[in-house]
Design a protein around this ligand. Structure first.
Ligand SMILES: Nc1ncnc2c1ncn2[C@@H]1O[C@H](COP(=O)(O)OP(=O)(O)OP(=O)(O)O)[C@@H](O)[C@H]1O
Length: 617
């Protein structure tokens, strides 16, 4: 497979010097050849079956010619011979049916397994790409790569390759039979061939345009519906249903019109093609009929000839139809291979340092680090921070101060531009990322929950972690009683992104993950959501339990979360501007004190509002 990607990359480099960008058909075949080689026997079987199926089918008119000329027209009462011919005719039909079935099966088997392995490789590759890639590329386009692009490759096998062999063989076979029957008549018919092909190609071009227009309008419509579904609550709250309906109608109408245009063109083409076919038959009947009347041609030959001419048009039509599919498959393959060729920016060293997770103490050193996102100004500047094993650090600061960026660097979602980050004295770039992520655990601001049971979500589908360990972890952090109140306890299936749970419940489940996976360093990007005081208390307790024995960095939006931290850092514009304990920072009368007084003011305001509300009831 690596060879297939190398081939593709070489073709891309060669293309840079090409005078104009043309669809890269050659590189498409080279790209797929690596996968196809693995199924060479199946493909050989497919070609063999195709040859047998087509030969069986196309020998039938010839057999009729024999029946007419050698039995019926000569007036022999050879019933036995006629019966044998009819028997062979029927057997050929059965043979053709059987081998068409086998041919389809073999092609499907090879094609589907190639597409499945491309999809698997693509998914595995995407999950290894660095965060910087996901910053640049919208997730919608990645979904297209995994779904539509692989589907287009599927169509390449199902339609293009099938047609190329089946229809290609059919055309060659028919031509051979026609020449064998009558050379002059065949040559006359061949005059029509460029006209037929020209009309078919011109129509196909126009149809491609109408097809693309319909597809574009359909994607606009689908994107609109998807956007609406995800923002349905906002639309309802702001009473925007009418406005949205209007926009939907406009998109729906334009898709409808494009569809009608596509269907009309299709019908027009098929009818014109049929007329051409009938013209050719009339032409052959006129020429051949004269020859039959002049007794220079046998009637059976004319009959077989007309049947072959009728069969001749369909493969040309089908092959030209495949042009569009071939083009979209080529584009899809180039896109997929382009994605497969992208290297993650954050990579492991060829020989990463070996570490024993149990031996890790949890000391962290940020040594004068500077970092900026691609093409942007530094968001962390010359930051120096040293965290002792087991220390709990609270991080506060203005929005956009660089708090989340700092923890992204510790997780190695990005690499620092300058300086270094060490864990227990070892540069994190020396570690395999899988080892680093076993040491550093992250609870995000919006804990991500997957479609699956509560149990699966705590152990992240890792079946080596027992149900008992999960339950024990949940009991430890106080989530057990909440989970047991759910309909099916630990086996309750969570809907998309855990939308049936409150923010606090989602946080508790993600704390349980930490207990189960036991990282030595814990990062918590605290949720901004306002929690009720009971849940807030539960979360506080859980946090203290999970922080026990771990080096913990907490990005806090509520100061109450980190007032008890060993050290609090105040960040502004990518730098640490204040640090100390809660009391030390208050005594320093700086930005932290301002934040604290502000939060106290807000708290008082909330309490006043709550008091008034209770009194008025
Ligand atoms: N993926 C990204 N690509 C480009 N710039 C980014 C990206 N993420 C953050 N930034 C920018 O980096 C700066 C620091 O952002 P960061 O999210 O680290 O701040 P923060 O202190 O965590 O803010 P908040 O408290 O609002 O979450 C901001 O100016 C932000 O716009």
């Amino acid at each position: 497979m690596a060879q297939a990607i190398n081939n593709w990359q070489m073709d891309q480099k060669a293309d840079l010097n090409a005078p104009q960008a043309k669809p890269k058909y050659i590189s498409t075949f080279r790209a797929l050849s690596g996968y196809m080689k693995e199924h060479r026997l199946t493909f050989a079987g497919f070609i063999g079956c195709t040859l047998i199926a087509i030969s069986a089918e196309l020998l039938q008119p010839y057999l009729m010619k024999i029946a007419i000329d050698d039995n019926l027209m000569v007036g022999k009462n050879d019933y036995h011979g006629l019966m044998i011919i009819c028997g062979i005719y029927f057997s050929l039909s059965l043979l053709s049916m059987l081998f068409t079935y086998l041919q389809n099966n073999l092609l499907q088997k090879a094609g589907q397994s190639i597409v499945a392995s491309i999809r698997k490789r693509l998914f595995a590759h995407i999950s290894k790409l660095s965060m910087s890639y996901f910053d640049k590329v919208p997730s919608g386009s990645l979904i297209t790569h995994v779904s539509s692009d692989t589907e287009a490759i599927n169509q390449f096998f199902n339609q293009v390759l099938l047609s190329l062999f089946r229809d290609g063989f059919t055309l060659v076979f028919i031509l051979v039979m026609m020449f064998q029957l009558d050379v002059t008549l065949t040559l006359y018919c061949l005059i029509l061939l460029p006209i037929i092909a020209g009309i078919a190609i011109a129509f196909r071009r126009y149809m491609r345009h109408t097809y693309q227009m319909a597809r574009t309008r359909l994607s606009r419509l689908v994107a609109f519906v998807a956007e609406n579904l995800s923002g349905m609550n906002l639309i309802q709250v702001f009473h925007q249903q009418k406005e949205q309906e209007k926009q939907f109608e406009e998109r729906n109408n334009s898709y409808f019109k494009a569809n009608i245009r596509e269907i009309r063109t299709n019908v027009l083409f098929n009818r014109s093609y049929e007329i051409l076919n009938n013209l050719a038959i009339a032409f052959v009947t006129w020429l051949g009929g004269q020859a039959v009347l002049g007794t220079t041609l046998e009637f059976g030959v004319l009959y077989a000839f007309i049947t072959y001419i009728r069969l001749f048009f369909q493969p040309i039509n089908t092959i030209t139809q495949q042009w569009n599919t071939l083009q979209s498959a080529t584009v899809a393959i180039n896109r997929v291979w382009g994605l497969l060729a992208i290297q993650p920016e954050v990579t492991d060293k060829p020989k990463p340092a070996k570490i024993d997770k149990a031996e890790i103490q949890g000391r962290i050193d940020f040594n004068r680090i500077t970092f900026g996102y691609e093409g942007g100004a530094p968001v962390i500047q010359d930051l120096d921070l040293h965290v002792k094993p087991g220390e709990m650090i609270g991080i506060v600061g203005t929005t956009g101060a660089g708090k989340s960026s700092l923890i992204s660097l510790l997780c190695r979602f990005y690499d620092v531009n300058e300086g270094s980050i060490l864990i227990d004295g070892l540069d994190i770039r020396e570690l395999a990322q899988s080892d680093l992520h076993r040491i550093v655990g992250l609870v995000q601001q919006e804990p991500y929950l997957y479609s699956g049971t509560v149990l699966d979500n705590v152990r992240l589908f890792d079946e080596t972690i027992s149900r008992e360990s999960v339950i024990e972890a949940c009991r430890f952090i106080g989530a057990d009683s909440i989970i047991m109140r759910m309909k099916e306890g630990y086996d309750t299936r969570l809907s998309e992104r855990g939308s049936g749970l409150s923010a606090g419940e989602r946080q508790l489940i993600s704390f349980a993950r930490i207990i189960v996976f036991q990282p030595k360093i814990l990062i918590l990007d605290e949720a901004t959501a306002n929690l009720d005081s009971h849940t807030e208390q539960l979360i506080q307790n859980a946090l203290h339990l999970v922080a026990e024995g771990r080096t913990t960095l907490v990005i806090a939006h509520r100061l109450s979360t980190i007032m008890g931290a060993d050290r609090i850092l105040v960040m502004s514009r990518g730098r640490i501007v204040e640090q100390g304990t809660h009391q030390e920072l208050l005594d320093a009368h700086g930005y932290y004190e301002e934040l604290y007084l502000h939060s106290q003011g807000q708290k008082q305001e909330r309490e006043d509002v709550a008091g008034t509300w209770h009194r008025t009831r």
